[in-house]
Write a protein that binds this ligand. Sequence first.
Ligand code: DAK
Length: 258
Amino acid sequence: MSNVKTEVQGQVAILTISRPKALNALNSETLDDIKAAFEAIDQKEIRAVILTGDGDKSFVAGADIAEMHGLNKEQGTAFGKKGNDVFRYIETFPIPVIAAVNGYALGGGNEICMSCDIRLASDNAVFGQPEAGLGITPGFGGTQRLARIVAPGIAKEIIYATKNIKADKAKEIGLVNEVYPQAELMPAALKLANKIAANAPIAVRECKKAINDGLQVDMDKAIVIEEEAFGRCFETADQKEGMGAFLEKRKDKHFINA
Ligand code: DAK
């Protein structure tokens, strides 16, 4: 049985990591289940994905400490690679992914939400990288993504001092976009996902790729990435539809993902 539940609401897929006995901690099986759940998404129909955790206490309480405890160097490296592959798969998934962080997002939990495009949080969410206190470094991209999302000095304080931060502070430092009362988190995530889904899907995918790829290179190369993405949009029916609707003063637009 999978530790990830998938629900489809219109053009939005909701993936819920569900391993309640360990506060949704990521063991190898759950990492495989997350990858499988993303692979099963119908990329023609679905236009936005929401990733959340089961229950109202924890998004993901980290990588599974019980599983990691007895690993040797080779096994530790293999476990880290498995997690990194899954997280990179999410980061480069063509469709935008919103993390709805509904409680603890510690260690691998913070790292998986940082692989998503946008983070929304409930007011009980707690973010942190406790690894240094466990005798390890963050292993699923935490040292790299946190320092790119928030100021490097803030990332260093969170990682070196294993300083957990609450939702409001996470918003203040730009780690999350918005904070909601627990009951309002999923409605807000769905509202945002539907707003994304209403736009031209190929254009949205091109935006995701251009932003992600452009951040890895210098501005001259980044601008070329954008020019090429912009050009490709003119091969699509959706560009004709989007601009046609404006010129015809039509409110209803029918993007066909082509
Ligand atoms: N792993 C395994 N089990 C966990 C867990 C985790 N990360 N977090 C919680 N659980 C389990 C608890 O053991 C407990 O199980 P039972 O005792 O009931 O069997 C159950 O979930 C409920 O937890 P608590 O009783 O502790 O609940 P509390 O409300 O008292 O506390 C808490 C909630 C989230 C503050 C606490 O559970 C906690 O501190 N959990 C650990 C958080 C943590 O340190 N997470 C970071 C894990 S390290 C790498 C790749 C990846 C990583 C590192 C290296 N390479 C190999 C390169 C990533 C590392 C991490 O993520």
